[in-house]
Structures are given as structure tokens and as C-alpha cells.
Design a protein around this ligand. Structure first.
Ligand code: EPU
Length: 428
């Protein structure tokens, strides 16, 4: 077991580069199943979820070759549908994109029900609705999603009952090779959806409207392999922007698309930060006091739920009482009891948190409850007085490339330590 240990209270200064986006890398990697030939994917984040995705593809019969740290060549010509290993697939969320991709290429799919962060109920009814609109039959038995079609998939119309990133992406994947036109209404507009559509279009798909609420997919007969670079990760970028504000340093976050960051930038400015924008970078500092804020998380272009824990840390360090209304997940606030160990005073009622701005946090031993909660603990540790030790950092490593080294290079006193076995037993 490893922990992250931080001696807090040091402002971060300098420049920090954002990696490729986790939540579009996964659908793009599994989207290569539809191509049935070699694709080169660049700007992949070297994170555990990406390595798991590549390992799953390899187990399914794909040829997978790393060309450098962030570039992979994947050839899915010889892939066998239904062969994704249960134990690997069940441990990540993005593995359910294999369902849409296999269904699109083979008309059949069998994949373990997915895992991922524990954020409350994570139903897949809208994914099933999308597949059924194309003529597929779907059942979930013995821990698997099984999807099949007797006739070739046929373009259809689906109105999503909730705005779902995953269901929008899965329906897109299943429909690119279907006969006729598929329309997804009330579609998710996240940059990840646009990134996947751009990848598939560069392979020869005919997708319009990605990034709006209505996406149209005109089926094509085949896709061809391409070289494609994944977009930068907006949540990683936002995490470092908040780290800059929380430590009252000055950080330039590079390799970002400022448009993707608008909701986070606007909230930081409202709270008293200064944000300077360049074409591909944002520089964050705090000239005066940090103010309280009201945040409601909503689908893109609203304030992202995946920034809820990080902005909460900043609210603890501000003046006055702030409020976060969580609009997506039922159990997003599991990190609150960990922040309380660091001196935070946060009251949670259902999906609303009231955060007392005490202006400080103090170091403590805390746990990373999930990926973004873990990132919030890192920010809290950087800003706190004293030493913070964070356990269960595998959650963080699923989604952040080398967070320890990136932060060390901008002045953080941070390291990763191995916990020796006897200490592990004591902790158990
Ligand atoms: N929902 C349904 N039915 C469905 C699908 C979703 O009711 O069939 C509901 C969910 O319960 C939730 C809402 O719709 O209340 C939105 O869920 P969505 O499908 O958009 O989430 P997801 O695709 O499972 C992705 C990201 C999450 C991120 C959410 C929201 C991946 C692998 N995961 O999840 O990212 O929180 O979108 O933006 O892309 C993370 O990266 O830390 C993370 C959790």
C-alpha cells in the first residue's frame, strides 16, 4: 500500500502541464473496436484506467503497442467479442463502452457490469434504451450486460430521460455502423462526447451535432484507422487551478482548452481569484481575500460534478458560508468526513452541503474515498498547516498522471511513501 504525504502551507508557483482526458481516452480506446484495423492514439494520459483499458483490449485479441509514454497503436482486427476479462472490466466504469462498440461491429456483446467510483446509484437504463432504439435486445444477468441483434442494427430515435455522458457515448458507438440515421435527443454535451465524435468522424463516421443536445449519426459501412490526439483533461486542469488558489500561489496550467474551463474559471473569479487566459493556458492567482460561493453541479456546460470535492476545499479556506448543491450523484459528499478531520465544518443534507469558511485547514491522516475526493484531499493537504497523509491513493492514480511529481515541480512538499506491512496490519 502507498500513501501520499504532504507538508502543507507552501504556495505553488510555476507551470503545470495537463495530460489527455481520461473520460474521452476510454471511449476512444474502446471505439477502436469498431475500426477493425490499426489506430494510433496520441496524448493518452498514462494513468491506471488507461492501462486497464489497454490490457482489456489485449486480452480480447487486439495488438497493442506503446509507441511512447502517451502514444499507443491499437489494432483490433482479430478481436473476439465477449472476451473482455470479467475482473478487469468490472473494476472500471469506462469498460461499458465495449458494449456499444461490440454491438456496433459484431451485433453481439457480453461485458461485465462496470465498476468505478462509488458515487451512489449508477444505473445503465439509458444505455439499454439507446441500444434498444437500434433494434438490439439487452439483458443483465449474472453480472454481465448481454446485448444482441438478429437483424443488422437500424438507425433509430432515442430521447434520453436524463442527460448521461455514458449513455450518449454508448449509443453513438453502437450506431456509427448501423443502417440509416440515429438521433440522440437530450444528449450530453461534454467535451468527451465531442472528442469521441471527432475521433469517429476522422475514421470515416458521419456524426453531426456532438456538443449540442441533439446528435445525428448517419450509419456508414466501415471505418478506417487513423492517428488521433485526445483532448486535454478539463478536470485535471480544474484541479490544478483550484490548487493554485487554495495555496495562494500563482500557477499557469498549460495544454488546456480555456472554453472547457469556463464554469470553473467563472466560479474562481467570483471567489476572488484572478484568472489570466491565453490560447492554451490559464494562470490562476489570488490577489486578496477568498469569498464564499454558491455552486450547483450540472451537466456541461455547467459546473462539473467532478469538481465538487475540489471546490469544497476552497470554500473551507474562504470567508463566509458557501453552499454546494450536487445535481448529478447521490453520494458525492463522502469526502466531507475526511475534510472534517482537517478542521472543516461542513453540514450535508441530502444533496446539499453548507460549508463554513474558516479560512484554514490543518493536516491530518485522511482517506481518498474516490478519485475526485482523493484529488480534493491533495489540495487540502497542500493548503493545510502541518502534515497530511492520504491513504487509498489507488483511486487518485486511476485518473491523475503522476500528480505527486507534477506538484513537486511547482513547489509542493509532497511525496509518495510505501506503508510497511506491520503498519498496514495496524491500520486494518
Ligand atoms: N443515469 C441514469 N441512467 C443511465 C445513465 C446515467 O439514470 O443509464 C444518471 C446517473 O445516475 C447520474 C446521471 O445520469 O445521476 C449522469 O450520469 P452519466 O451517465 O453522465 O455518468 P457516467 O457516464 O457514468 C461520467 C464520468 C464521471 C462523471 C459523469 C458526469 C466516465 C468514465 N465517467 O460518468 O466521471 O462524474 O460522467 O459528468 O466518463 C470521474 O471521472 O471521476 C467520474 C466519476
Amino acid at each position: 500500500m502507498e500513501k501520499i504525504v504532504i507538508n502543507g502551507g507552501r504556495p505553488l508557483y510555476g507551470s503545470i502541464e495537463v495530460s489527455g482526458m481520461k473520460n474521452s481516452s476510454l471511449p476512444i480506446l474502446f471505439g477502436t473496436i469498431l475500426v477493425g484495423g490499426p489506430c494510433i492514439i496520441e496524448n493518452l494520459p498514462p494513468i491506471d484506467d488507461v492501462f486497464t483499458a489497454l490490457s482489456i483490449l489485449k486480452s480480447m485479441g487486439a495488438q497493442v503497442r506503446m509507441l511512447d509514454r502517451t502514444t499507443v497503436c491499437v489494432d483490433t482486427k482479430d478481436i473476439q467479442w465477449g472476451s473482455a476479462p470479467y475482473d478487469k472490466a468490472r473494476n472500471m466504469r469506462g469498460s461499458y463502452y465495449i458494449a456499444g462498440a461490440e454491438l456496433g461491429r459484431f451485433g453481439m456483446s457480453k461485458i461485465a457490469l462496470p465498476g468505478g467510483c462509488d458515487l451512489g446509484q449508477r444505473p445503465i437504463d439509458q444505455h439499454i434504451k439507446g441500444f434498444e432504439a437500434l433494434g438490439a435486445s439487452v439483458n443483465c444477468d449474472n453480472g454481465y450486460i448481454n446485448a444482441s441483434t438478429e437483424a443488422p442494427l437500424k438507425g433509430g430515435f432515442v430521447f434520453m430521460d436524463v442527460v448521461s455522458v455514458g449513455a450518449t457515448i454508448n449509443t453513438m458507438l453502437a450506431s456509427v455502423l448501423a443502417d440509416g440515421v440515429t438521433t440522440i435527443d437530450n444528449a450530453a454535451r461534454e467535451p468527451h462526447v465531442v472528442d469521441l465524435a471527432n475521433f469517429l468522424n476522422s475514421c470515416g463516421a458521419d456524426i453531426t451535432g456532438a456538443g449540442t443536445g441533439v446528435i445525428k449519426i448517419k450509419g456508414v459501412t466501415a471505418l478506417r484507422g487513423v492517428t488521433y490526439a485526445v483532448l486535454p483533461d478539463m478536470i485535471e486542469a480544474g484541479t490544478y487551478m483550484i490548487a493554485a488558489a487554495a495555496t495562494r500561489g500563482k500557477l499557469t496550467v498549460t495544454n488546456v482548452i480555456p472554453k472547457h474551463m469556463e464554469a470553473v474559471t467563472a466560479k474562481l473569479i467570483e471567489m476572488g481569484a484572478a484568472v489570466e487566459e491565453d490560447d492554451t493556458s490559464l494562470t490562476v492567482s489570488v490577489p486578496g481575500e477568498l469569498n464564499k460561493a454558491y455552486v450547483k453541479t450540472t451537466p456541461y456546460p455547467g459546473f462539473p460534478t467532478d469538481m465538487n470535492p475540489q471546490i469544497c476545499v476552497l470554500m473551507c479556506l474562504a470567508q463566509g458560508n458557501s453552499v454546494i448543491l450536487e445535481g448529478i450523484w447521490d453520494s458525492r459528499f463522502r469526502y466531507v468526513k475526511e475534510l472534517a478531520r482537517m478542521g472543516a465544518n461542513i453540514t450535508v443534507e441530502a444533496k446539499m452541503a453548507t460549508v463554513e469558511g474558516r479560512g484554514f485547514l490543518t493536516g491530518a491522516d485522511v482517506q481518498s474515498m474516490d478519485l475526485r475526493a482523493g484529488a480534493a484531499m491533495v489540495i487540502a493537504g497542500l493548503a493545510a498547516e502541518g502534515t497530511t497523509s492520504i491513504s487509498d491513493i489507488h483511486h487518485i492514480e486511476r485518473g491523475y498522471e503522476d500528480i505527486v511529481e507534477k506538484l513537486r515541480l511547482v513547489g509542493a512538499d509532497i511525496c509518495k511513501v510505501h506503508v510497511v506491512e506491520s503498519e498496514q496490519e495496524e491500520l486494518a
